[in-house]
Design a protein around this ligand. Structure first.
Ligand SMILES: Cc1cc2nc3c(=O)[nH]c(=O)nc-3n(C[C@H](O)[C@H](O)[C@H](O)COP(=O)(O)OP(=O)(O)OC[C@H]3O[C@@H](n4cnc5c(N)ncnc54)[C@H](O)[C@@H]3O)c2cc1C
Length: 567
């Protein structure tokens, strides 16, 4: 029996290194639910078992189906979507194993786990088949309904969803509203009986044929901007027609639907006019999910590359011994570990942020003093506001590069359908586009990067007592932080347009610091990680020098000549 959990030592170490105690203590308040864990250790045992199960399903059930899923894909005929049989089998197996509602609270039929555990599962499922992630990995829909909807609405939608009998879809995009969700036009109105109804078109909706649609719609026709939109849950059915399914580059198992809402009945989720803010909460989770999807695909690709490079002989030697190939392999491995470190550090902060918010409401309701909690919450919220888009940006772009390089290591064979490399390259491509494009994520990150939002964390990590190997690396990171301050100053001195143009290299440099510290921390107890951290710190030195050079060279201002240069 295979396992995409147990065969991945870095993922196992990430799990064993989690510190979710405060999160779980709040989540399980009092540990008195007979269906829940008896204490923190018991909860961690449950999570370990569930990760083991997800790892086995990914390896033994889903991965063997992925070729068939890609070849047949989801099909569309006479208004009906039919999944590839492999997709149905895979999702059924996940649902039957109780994994369709990992972050849905137990009272609504889910497991009620922290997001971090669920996102680890997404990584494994995506390593097996990236398209199944769009069925398994949109559980934020369920979490949002549990969080924002009334109990009555939650009871109407969640049990079937958490049991895996309904498929969910996040229904935001329209032909005229992609990155710019404030432009959404799909109309929400109340009929004579007060029933909310939805009318209009949505586009590019993964699994839009599903039975639980979370829809962002314009409930206030006269209000432009953030407060004109509300969030709705809708069962789909006859009044939601799939009018088209896209032919696309990858993710063939996942139907990407155009939908027409024909006065479809719907239930409001959360506060009227607060739809966009609720969606931003969902996106905070969902961006980490897409990062995990990308990382899973990249993990699969890098493994193929490693195995191939060990066997393939050219010029009388195995290609892994050739420095340029070895450099590619090492670059992939180090970036995978850096991405994983960022991802699960970020999700832990997300979990804690969300649980502290809950605790604050609780303490407030009991008339207690919330001030100390609020100060911590504020810091964590700023960290998550940075890490959610920034990690999504970095991990998805890096995973694209890893898949490309893994294909390169295979030479001509990498181009052939016979091997899965070309599929990985096709599947991973979407991850820098959906749930917010790279450019949008960078724009969402730059303010916090310039404000040195992670500065407190870096200070804390600077002051840890370390062994010589890691102390040397931390000294280099301190020097890099000083350099970063001058980069940030140069960026702050620019006008807004130049800053926007240069934002990506600034975010790269800042994330480089963050990833480096995380790897150095892991290296305290692991000699192999010292080498990994050394490589990543060196890479960050290059990224920092690049950022400095960008401002010195003035290349970030060349956008002003766009008309002249591109004609
Ligand atoms: C396969 C697939 C599945 C999808 N699934 C879903 C789904 O389930 N639910 C859903 O609601 N949507 C889904 N989408 C839609 C997806 O989220 C959008 O395509 C994405 O957000 C980008 O929007 P757009 O395509 O309109 O591009 P545009 O917004 O038109 O962007 C075009 C270009 O302009 C850049 N750009 C735009 N605004 C800015 C800015 N402010 N600053 C800098 N650059 C900018 C972008 O980076 C991009 O390069 C899916 C899309 C695809 C292709």
């Amino acid at each position: 029996m295979g396992s995409f959990f147990k065969d991945n030592q870095d993922l196992v170490a990430a799990f064993e290194g989690l510190d979710l105690e405060e999160v779980v203590d709040i989540l399980e308040s009092g540990y008195d639910d007979p269906d829940g864990p008896s204490d923190y250790e018991d909860a961690m045992d449950n999570y370990r078992l569930a990760l083991g199960l997800a790892g086995e399903i990914a390896a033994d059930t889903i991965a063997p189906l992925s070729e068939e899923i890609d070849a047949h894909g989801a099909t569309f005929s006479e208004g009906e979507v039919t999944y590839a049989s492999g997709s149905e089998q895979a999702y059924q197996r996940l649902g039957q194993s109780g994994l369709a509602g990992v972050i849905v609270p137990r009272k609504h039929g889910g497991l009620g786990f922290p997001a971090t555990i669920y996102i680890m599962m997404i990584e494994m499922v995506s390593r097996a088949d990236a398209s199944i992630m769009t069925m398994f990995g949109y559980q934020d829909i369920g979490e949002a309904i549990a969080e924002f909807a009334t109990d009555e609405v939650a009871a109407k939608y969640l049990p079937e969803y958490a049991a895996g009998r309904h498929i969910g879809a996040m229904v935001l995009t329209e032909p005229g509203a992609g990155s710019d969700l404030q432009s959404i036009r799909l109309k929400a109105f109340q009929d004579e009986e007060g029933q909310w109804r939805l009318r209009g078109v949505k586009q590019f909706i993964s699994n839009g044929n599903g039975q639980l649609l979370l829809v962002l719609a314009r409930s206030e026709p006269d209000v432009e901007g953030t407060f004109g939109l509300s969030l709705f849950a809708c069962h789909g059915g006859e009044r939601v027609q799939v009018t088209r399914v896209e032919e696309k580059m990858g993710l063939h198992g996942s139907p990407t639907c155009e939908l027409y809402f024909d006065d479809a009945p719907a239930d409001m989720v959360g506060r009227r006019r607060y739809g966009l803010l609720h969606v931003l909460h969902v996106l905070n989770h969902a961006r980490f999910s897409v990062a995990a999807q990308a990382l899973g695909i990249a993990e699969a690709a890098a493994r193929e590359a490693r195995a191939y490079a060990k066997e393939r002989v050219q010029f009388g030697r195995v290609i892994e011994t050739m420095p340029p190939v070895a450099d590619l392999l090492i670059g992939m491995a180090v970036d995978l570990e850096a991405g994983r470190a960022m991802l699960y550090d970020g999700t832990q902060r997300l979990d804690l942020r969300n649980k502290l918010e809950e605790r604050i409401s609780h303490v407030k309701a009991e008339g207690g003093d919330t001030k100390p909690l609020r100060a911590r919450f504020k810091r964590l919220a700023a960290q998550v506001d940075f890490l959610s888009p920034a990690t999504k940006y970095w991990v998805t772009e890096t995973s694209n590069r890893i898949c490309y390089e893994a294909q390169q290591v295979h030479g001509g064979m990498g181009y052939m359908k016979e091997l899965p490399l070309e599929r990985f390259v096709r599947d991973v491509r979407i991850t820098t586009i959906y749930e917010g494009t790279t450019q949008v994520q960078v724009a969402a990150s730059i303010g916090n990067a310039l404000a040195d939002t992670l500065g407190d964390l870096f200070d804390g990590w600077d002051s840890v007592d370390r062994r010589p190997e890691t102390a040397e690396l931390v000294a280099r990171l301190s020097a890099l932080r000083a350099m970063y301050r001058s980069v940030a100053e140069a960026a702050s001195d620019c006008d807004e347009s130049s800053r926007e143009a240069a934002a990506r290299c600034v975010v790269d440099a800042y994330l480089g610091l963050y990833g480096s510290y995380l790897l150095v921390n892991q290296a305290e107890a692991d000699d192999r990680k010292v080498r990994v951290a050394q490589r990543f710190v060196a890479k960050t030195e290059v990224a920092m020098a690049t950022a400095e050079a960008v401002f010195r060279s003035g290349i970030h201002d060349s956008f002003r000549n766009v008309g002249t240069i591109i004609g």
